[in-house]
Write a protein that binds this ligand. Structure first.
Ligand SMILES: [Zn+2]
Ligand SMILES: [Zn+2]
Length: 242
């Protein structure tokens, strides 16, 4: 069953797309179940500070009116005090965004260390979003250096121990034909016993809703994954990908 569990409407700071248009785009592609995952960033990083849900009540009302799962993409710098009740949302993606050093280069060491810290210390989340996403911002989109695989493996073990999963985010496929995380990292997840998966387009425009989700599902099957997490009657359950 096709799902898209990573979508941004105009409740997010960086999207102008009305909820209605997202719902329409999903319906047109027969995507039966979608979650909005609006940005809410708790951070000292200046350019990320405005990424906050402004009106949670209105947001939850919109989701209920359009029969959409009310989710959140929770970003954290691993320092600033968390000022939102994540229990308000049915679906929580955990994201690490501020990963550049002073010269705006990607600092992979910090990125993975922060993910490990957040994965261990954030109490309420369901899936880790777009692992390896800084790849999107590097010239030529190089694969993550294998020297980081030990810490990635550690991250996966924390997720597995805590009953959390990873997202296969198709935004990378629009740019360089591999999702976030990339194929080699997905293989690593499988090899350490990672099973929980969800799929998301990270669309900020209606014309990106559902993009490459079918291809990503194919890919997951080819890599040996069998199940995906799907909402049914308000609960996340496991269904066969095919
Ligand atoms: Zn994100
Ligand atoms: Zn996002």
């Amino acid at each position: 069953m096709k799902t898209d569990y990573h979508l941004h409407s105009n409740h997010s700071y960086d999207s102008k797309t009305p909820v209605e248009l997202i719902k329409k785009a999903a319906d047109e592609q027969d995507i039966k179940s979608i979650a909005l995952t609006e940005h809410h960033e708790i951070t000292k990083v200046e350019f990320l500070k405005p990424f906050k849900i402004r009106d949670i009540d209105k947001y939850l009302e919109d989701c209920s009116n359009y029969d959409i799962i009310p989710g959140i993409e929770f970003g954290w710098d691993c320092e600033t005090e968390i000022d939102i009740d994540l229990e308000l949302f049915d679906f929580v993606l955990l994201s690490i965004h501020g990963v550049e050093d002073e010269s705006r280069n990607v600092n992979w060491d910090n990125y993975f260390r922060n993910i490990l810290y957040a994965a261990e210390n954030v109490k309420r989340y369901d899936f880790l979003a777009h692992l390896d996403f800084p790849r999107r911002y590097i010239n030529g989109y190089p694969e993550v250096d294998k020297k980081y695989y030990p810490i990635i493996e550690e991250i996966f073990k924390v997720l597995i121990k805590n009953g959390k999963g990873i997202e296969i985010n198709t935004c990378g496929m629009r740019l360089y034909r591999e999702p976030n995380p990339g194929i080699e990292i997905l293989k690593l997840y499988n090899s350490v016993g990672g099973k929980l998966l969800t799929f998301g387009s990270d669309a900020h425009f209606d014309y990106h809703v559902g993009n490459n989700i079918s291809e990503a599902m194919e890919l997951a099957c080819d890599l040996g994954f069998k199940k995906m997490s799907v909402f049914e009657n308000g609960d996340l359950i496991q269904k066969n990908i095919k």
